[in-house]
Ligand binder design. Sequence first.
Ligand SMILES: [Zn+2]
Length: 381
Amino acid sequence: MLKKDIFEIPAIDHHCHNLLQPKWVDNAAYTTAFTEGNDPEILNYHAHYTLFFRRSLRDIGALLNCDPIEESIIKTRQTLGIEELSQKCFNSANLESIFLDDGFLPDFILPWQWHQQFTLVFRLIRLEYLAENLINTINDFDEFLEQFRQTIESKSSEVIGLKSIAAYRSGLTIEAIPKPTAELRFRQIRQDNTNQKIRLTDKILIDFLLGIALDIAAENKLPIQFHTGFGDRDLDLRFSNPLCLRQLLENPRWKEVPIILLHASYPYTKEAGYLASVYPQVYLDFGLAIPSLSIQGMKRVLKELLELAPTTKILYSSDAHNIPELYYLGAKWGRKLLAEVLEEAVKDGDLGEEEALEIAINILQSNAKRIYPYTENSGQK
Ligand SMILES: [Zn+2]
């Protein structure tokens, strides 16, 4: 029953990214969107042979009504063009709204407003990207901080939350940093990089800025998403374990700030489930893990999240980026496997049928509506 009904529930995709401008998709290997690897040997050879890629060719072939092989798919998507292709993918994904982190590949993506033709669009501010933009143009530390604060506080109606990629840059062991220490570091970084664009990787400055962002989030009840678990090679997986967040989570100043652990923290999924079960402010998400893993892997992730975490803590997302197909694949497998796992829980005796349906609705949309400052009118369409 649930297996059929679940496709009728419009989902809120609370963590995803802008699509790439078509010329950048055409210039890159199609596999780029299907792997976290960026080494040419991975992209040009091995990435063709993951279970995710093999399965996705069949899914996309069926959606686009073409042969399920890479050449036909590439030809068909070019014939359709980006608008028609996206329309097909968004229609099939049945999304009520999307929350875009538009700080990923900012020079290569389509603007967030472009996506409004398909669904309701909100924005997430990527904190490290904001800081990078400011540090490159502002010499004075206090002015830099003021601008950083102002942007986060600006309350543009399309901004619905914050996002941190500290896991990528300096790890999740985020500590309290006194202002003079951060200021010294700021000056040093500016001095060392007079002629080149600064890429912010300094742990002291990142931790300090996150402290400021958390204070603002606490005042304004804004959730912060944290990249946790796997990602591309920039990331040291050891320090993207969500258990590293203990100091932040224990800090009473920030205990009202909803902290959303992205990507099911894969492979630290059970750890994430534990954190959500003991910290009221911790929430979980299974984007990227679904649709990037094998079917068994995706199912296991959902089961591990549901093992211990309250169902009020789990949110749907796709982490779609680059190409619209990922919006579709995330929605298809997210719904299908969520239904299967919940039905198994009914069979086991964990849940009644009505409870299972209610939980599916919570995970696909109601939990996001409760955690974020969400109203249909505040989004931009
Ligand atoms: Zn993401």
